[in-house]
Design a protein. Structure first.
Length: 267
């Protein structure tokens, strides 16, 4: 019998958790990290290129009495990911309890510049699959030792409502997110018996992140008009839903995809 704790039906309270957010140096990832810090969780701010922004975010959390550390790692490199988890454990003295897969391969949401079906190359798909599916695989596998030690774990993958409603055919990006949704469900089934919940939060264009900064204003206006609640989702609104899936309130939820887009896509 191992020394791991008995598997639990709940999650640690947010203030007792260590949450690793990939791609948290900027954009949506930064908003998610801030939301967890606001709830009292210790936050691992993962980054690849945005060192200055990541360090500033971690320092801002610490300045308010919170716990945060910025750690560089290419999440497509399994050895770098393993080292990041070990560094986080050493920093906080406990394993990561929640993983948020938010990192995004360089991508600009500008429909006027997208690659149409008769021109896109498979290498574009491969890049997105590596940055989305391989990265999530690496982080989940690296987290498993800690999850077993804790007796539970949370994985929250960031998806897209384009899978349900491909109004702009970003072929490579959407295919990768669809694969990540499949991974969310199969991992939820496989890891459920050992107390790990795996869920996805999917949004549309957010107003505004680095990735959506190239989106024309009229596109945002069209989305707002089509949404049931009449406005475009902000990164802060989206981040609140991510926090829910890490909290004890979501203890009976796994394998689900929650679309957070102010009612643009339903079902």
């Amino acid at each position: 019998m191992s020394n791991a704790r008995a598997f639990t039906t709940s999650a640690l309270p947010l203030e007792d958790q260590i949450v690793l957010v990939t791609g948290a140096g900027r954009g949506l990832g930064a908003s998610i990290a801030k939301a967890f810090a606001h709830e009292g969780a210790a936050v691992v701010v993962n980054y690849r290129y945005s060192a200055e922004a990541a360090e500033e975010l971690a320092e801002a959390v610490r300045a308010r009495g919170g716990r945060a550390v910025a750690i560089e790692a290419d999440v497509t490199d399994s050895r770098a990911v393993d080292a990041m988890f070990e560094a986080a454990h050493q920093e906080f003295g406990a394993p990561v309890s929640t993983v948020v897969n938010s990192a995004l391969v360089d991508f600009s949401f500008n429909g006027d510049e997208r690659q149409p079906a008769d021109e896109i190359d498979y290498s574009d798909f491969a890049d997105q699959f590596q940055g989305t599916v391989e990265a999530a695989l690496n982080t989940v596998q690296a987290a498993m030792r800690g999850f077993r030690e804790i007796g539970s774990g949370r994985v929250i993958n960031i998806g897209s409502n384009l899978v349900q409603n491909p109004v702009v055919p970003y072929h490579d990006y959407t295919a990768a997110k669809a694969a990540l949704l499949s991974l969310t469900r199969t991992f939820a089934k496989d890891l459920g018996p050992i107390g790990v919940r795996v869920n996805m939060v999917s949004g549309g264009l957010l107003r505004t992140t680095d990735a959506s900064s190239a989106t024309p204003a009229e596109v945002f206006d069209q989305i707002a008009q089509a949404s049931a609640l009449g406005h475009v989702t902000t990164p802060e609104e989206f981040a609140s839903a991510v926090v829910f899936f890490a909290s004890p309130a979501s203890r009976a939820v796994t394998g689900q995809n929650l679309v957070v887009d102010n009612g643009l896509v339903m079902g």
